[in-house]
Design a protein around this ligand. Structure first.
Ligand code: SF4
Length: 195
């Protein structure tokens, strides 16, 4: 079996027990779908956002609303094809009224789903979108304005934090920095893929 199909199968096996997950409070607060993630299961680049919004919750797919459209445009501008990457969130269920996910919600979801997604996909580079995703992943407070674009690491995998596209929609003057960070992700992924 080719690696992509094999990883696809492993992801499906991972998701099966969690399709109606109530392991954290977000499972009982009105979500429509558990939004596991989307993209190439054999991706070199894995994007991790905060959590599903309204459109994502309704469609069961990550980054399909206005933030997702902005992300798509910038990915295209830096020559990353969305179909080649894997995109998910720290929490897989929509927090009510789009509030930030709480530490216990992020910790629970990370342990039962995200860490296993990472083990299956084995991305060569991780890009977190926004401070909540970074804090949830690293389990410590971080200021995205101070660390964006820096080369960090998570479990020996290179990690580049950047802004959440929703923040760029509210602060368009930061669009260049966002594009710079994604360009860095693209060039690092290209280099790592040739090693
Ligand atoms: S956010 Fe994650 S842990 Fe919480 S209910 Fe949804 S899938 Fe389960």
């Amino acid at each position: 079996m080719d690696p992509k199909a094999y990883k696809e199968m492993l992801l499906e096996i991972l998701y099966t027990p969690y399709r109606q997950c109530t392991a954290c409070p977000l499972g009982s607060l009105g979500r429509t779908h558990v939004v596991f993630g989307q993209g190439n299961p054999n991706a070199s680049i894995m994007f991790i956002g905060e959590g599903p919004g309204r459109d994502e919750d309704l469609q069961g797919l990550p980054f399909v609303g206005r933030s997702g459209q902005l992300l798509n445009h910038v990915l295209e501008a830096v020559n990353i094809e969305r179909k080649d990457v894997f995109i998910t969130n720290i929490v897989k269920c929509r927090p009510p009224h789009n509030r930030q996910p709480l530490p216990n919600e992020m910790d629970t979801c990370k342990k039962i789903l995200l860490l296993d997604q990472m083990k299956i996909i084995r991305p060569r580079i991780i890009c977190t979108l926004g401070s909540t995703a970074l804090q949830g992943l690293l389990d410590k407070p971080c200021k995205i304005t101070q660390v964006r674009g820096q080369k960090l690491s998570y479990a020996q995998t290179p990690l580049i934090p950047t802004y959440h596209p929703a923040y760029i929609l509210r602060n368009p003057k930061e669009l260049n920095q966002f594009a710079e960070d994604l360009s860095l992700v693209a060039s690092m992924a290209q280099t790592l893929d040739t090693l």
